[in-house]
Design a protein around this ligand. Sequence first.
Ligand SMILES: [Zn+2]
Length: 309
Amino acid sequence: MGTVTKGRNRSDRVPERRGIVKGAAGLSPPLSSADLEKWVDPGRGAVLDSRRFAAAFGFQENRVGVSEATTPASGPLWMEITGFPGRDGWRAGFTTRRAGGDLAAVLPLLGWEGLPILKPIQQHGNHVVVIDSAGAVPGTPPQGDGVVTSRRGLVVAIASADCVPLILFDHAHGAGAVLHAGWRGTRSRIAREGVALLSSAFGSRPADLVGLLGPAIGPCCYRVGGEVMAEFRAAGYPEHSLFRRDGDGFLLDLAEANRIDLIEAGVPADHIRPTGLCTRCLPGLFPSYRRDGVRAGRILTFLGSSPEP
Ligand SMILES: [Zn+2]
């Protein structure tokens, strides 16, 4: 990365990215695990170069906000893409390993103390729960692998530890989604289901949606068998752009599969930003089921809003 000089003479403004980008590799500069380690200041628990992170996401106004460190050398408690989604009190982000799978502990730090959290009981399917603007928050978590909502004063979340967490948002209607896409959910096209529900429940146009693909196991580490490739082929995915042979198995780019699913559902390619952060490659920052096994914690991917705009 030391040879990247393109941005050296540019102004401090993050350039707005336009046009079609081809795969995660088309983003400039791509994020890598090594980069992120440099951005995290172990002494302060802060990400050092938020502008570079913002450039990778392609949104001008975004910064990564992290908690003020309370435990030095253990990294941030959550990562928030401020400015995303960027509408009247809506905020979104990802908890890190240090949050220990406890979103309630993070809410006071977001100024959301006491807000209800709706986190469905995940099934590795493609069922998505809808909570409209006047919808009651179920006392018992419903089953599903995502939530779409326009309701203010609610935090919706999904848990993951290698699977792809997605956040979608529609500025025009003030509605969004969090979705959990493991390989089964991805094969079942849960990203597309989220787009369809935002359209049917809130009138969202796919072309207006913006999306983030959060930290997930990357194509560097996600080894699967031929039977998984066969399932993706049967589901209509372009297997050759998602699978790379690795010995007697394959390496799968699960985030790219979800990016493709969103594009096929009508979300413009330049509205979708993968983080490119591999959970398995970042032991200090994120839990990973493949790395940590049953002891793995969870990343909680959240989208919420203050009760009033
Ligand atoms: Zn990796």
